[in-house]
Design a protein around this ligand. Structure first.
Ligand code: BGC
Length: 354
């Protein structure tokens, strides 16, 4: 079967090659891959900056934002042949640490977790993959290809859970939400905020185009500029840019008792000057909380599946701005100005290889 793989930490090593059928050791459920979303982490891996191959192997199969159709599942599985499914990304560390032991692998404490398509375990960007029942999540069949948005939605479902748990430390009745960044993660975070009935503001650089249109269609308010230009002191900030100046500016505008969740991974090495005293003073005197969030556990995938099933399918379909067939995979990596989520189609949905 065909698979797109890389030699981790080697830029320009990506290649679509023939590989062995998926190993039985990956699990009894056999899935035919339909589509895989491309995200910033994939681009980092492709640029040679991130990623780990499986032990004893040179190449890592890419792909962690998946959508597939079950080909074979043993009796008693939570899924059956024909179901649309998504594979969970992270697997607990083998020790296991206290968090992985209770299946909160997204809070792994020793860093020995593995991640499909990222860290020491082949991803889903192959024509077929195998998986165990605990790591497969069923998708509402009405979503079709849009089920590929489940993994990024799981990341924001976790971010929202963190915000709500931290917010719940005292009386909590938030109204305004600021989402920084209108990429897929920002737009999906905004969707979950609108679904909760909040007054959602989304900030990005673009003055016009698909991102402002998508924000308006959601019933949220779009802004370009910096957080401090806005006339709001949000109760919640979901930060999805990873850009240091945006992060610090948003931190300084957050309202009393507000909670900010950081989801964007920044590159290091940028120094900016900061009045740490003023920032600390306002955070202390106003009970502001800032929390980081990565990855997602099964609870978050299930929350994400429910959020997508409740979303407007027409709106979701506009988030997937480009579909590229597997044999033209390199086109998917070239950024277009109006890209939001680019998806590699491994098997056209509606057809089947078997
Ligand atoms: C994935 C997460 C993963 C993180 C770090 C993100 O792109 O969505 O599941 O934990 O990268 O590897």
């Amino acid at each position: 079967m065909k698979a797109l793989s890389v030699i981790p930490l080697q830029a320009g090593s990506a290649a679509l090659t023939d590989v062995e059928e998926p190993p039985l050791s990956d699990g009894p459920i056999l899935v035919e891959t339909l589509a895989v979303g491309v995200c910033g982490t994939d681009l980092e891996i492709l640029s040679g900056a991130y990623g780990w191959s499986p032990p004893g192997r040179e190449r890592l199969v890419l792909g962690h934002e998946s959508l597939g159709r079950v080909l074979e599942a043993p009796a008693g599985s939570p899924v059956t042949a024909g179901d649309l499914v998504v594979g969970i990304v992270r697997r607990p560390d083998p020790v296991p640490c206290a968090n992985c032991a209770v299946l909160e692998w997204d809070f792994c404490r020793n860093g020995l977790y593995t991640e499909r398509g990222i860290k020491e375990h082949d991803g889903y960007l192959s024509e077929r993959y195998r998986i165990t029942p605990d790591y497969v999540v069923k998708v509402d069949p009405r979503l079709g290809l849009l089920g590929v948005l489940l993994e990024p939605t799981s990341v924001v479902a976790k971010a929202w859970e963190e915000v709500e748990r931290v917010g719940g430390r005292a009386h909590w009745s938030p109204r305004s939400v600021l989402v920084t960044g209108a990429g897929p993660i920002g737009l999906l975070a905004a969707l979950l905020g609108v679904q909760r009935g909040f007054d959602v503001h989304v900030l990005d650089r673009m003055g016009e185009g698909v991102k402002p249109d998508l924000v308006a269609a959601l019933g949220a308010t779009y802004h370009s500029g910096t957080p401090s230009d806005l006339d709001i002191h949000p109760d919640v900030v979901i930060e999805c840019t990873g850009v240091a100046t945006v992060i610090l500016d948003a931190m300084a505008t957050i309202g009393v008792g507000g909670v900010m969740c950081l989801t964007g991974v920044s590159s290091s090495g940028h120094q900016i000057s900061l009045d740490e005293g003023a920032l600390n003073r306002s955070m202390v005197l106003e009970n502001v909380a800032v929390v980081g969030s990565v990855n997602a556990n099964r609870r978050h995938y299930e929350a994400a599946a429910a959020a997508l099933a409740a979303a407007d399918l027409e709106w979701l379909s506009r988030v997937v701005t480009r579909r590229v067939p597997l044999d033209r995979w390199s086109d998917a990596l070239l950024r277009h100005d109006d890209d939001v989520k680019v998806v590699i189609e491994v098997q056209p949905i509606g057809s089947t290889s078997r």
